[in-house]
Design a protein around this ligand. Sequence first.
Ligand code: NAD
Length: 434
Amino acid sequence: MRVAQTPLPLLYERLAVCRRVADVKPAGGRVADRSPLAGGRAGVAGNGAIHYINNMNYTIALTPGDGIGPEVTSKAVDILETIGDKFGHTFNFIELEAGGRAIDSTGEPLSAATLEIARQCDALLLGAVGGPKWENLPGNLRPERALLGLRAGLGVFANLRPATLLPQLKDACPLKDEVLTASNPEGKPNFDILIVRELTGGIYFGEHGRDGDGKNAASSAFDTERYTRAEIERVLHTAYNAASKRRGKLCLVDKANVLESSRFWREITTETAAEYKNIETTYMYVDNCAMQLIRAPGQFDVIVTSNIFGDILSDEASVLSGSIGMLASASIGAKSAGRKYPAGMYEPIHGSAPDIAGKDIANPLAAILSAAMMLRYSFSLEKEALAIENAVSKTLDSGLRTKDIASRTKGTTNEKIVGTNAIAAAVVKTLENE
Ligand code: NAD
């Protein structure tokens, strides 16, 4: 039996935000309450410390977040539980508060204790944070600060965002068939891109501020794009390694015709390319890439780029995939001393979508596919990751769709529009029956 790392129960005990097994009603076998600590897999002793009842394989920090975050992450938890039952793994979840929820209960978007617990877990499953309720708070107190704090605190420097057009969702893609086929090497109407975005450097983390009173014509505001060689090298190695397991193509996207930091990226990429002779390396300006993604998406395999360019391009690519509700992401870091697995944070790329929260219409598939990425990238459970991806694919084959991925050509398909709960339950059922 694996024992929890010593400080974890102590920290956990101090955190009022965590739910405890004593608060939930255990049911036989799988549990009715999906509390992270439910399921007869972990318990809290009289002194408040966690003890694990069964074998504990993986401890996952879960921050459900705001808006649709809790609705979709709970479906990813269901899927992981199903994988656990099917493949004999045990996933223990430790629920933590981050973002708006955390502001409401503690006054800050991410407490030091929450970050410390997340660091001690094997991986983090995250629901998006933010919403109108917290919109007018000052920058350093906004829910989104929790994301930057978690990314930096966990040291997850590479964000992997697959953008794939599944054949079942072809009708939800705004591009015409002839546009898709023209750039596809096999002449098929689809694409399969992996965007590797640098995540903990660049302009989002650089020096920023204001000069002047804001009213005077000379008043100014600034943000700084700065990258070190080490930051660029490590994300390039991640991207090249990913390319070597895919179709062997890597494209650096930058703005080297204007920005010095981009020229630095190019220099280092050219050097690094020499270590990966079997990978074809190309370079593209970001404005051209924004156009090429729409004109000829099939030309891309792995795109590697800076934090801000990756942020924007991956949202663009998400539209081509049918819906932002389909796109998962993995943020990974190095395997540091004392950790069994490399740092990993997994989340759908969409936000908290306050406009559809609580209506049972959010697409949970991006969250479910993020769980698959966790199994693949953090725990090297490829078979299990594929099982989830196949279950999603088969569910779509059956015609079930959430509203966001409904066909654009109405009346021509056998689609049935269902809600968050129904489509997630169908994926679980398909997985159980596989
Ligand atoms: P958003 O991604 O939340 O929503 C954009 C549009 O996509 C909305 O119309 C929404 O209804 C739709 N959408 C998003 N996810 C969906 C899903 N799973 N199924 C169906 N439709 C979906 O982006 P936004 O509106 O710009 O931001 C809303 C809030 O989320 C803001 O507070 C923003 O700061 C925050 N945000 C958080 C993260 C994060 O935590 N990682 C990322 C992006 C935005």
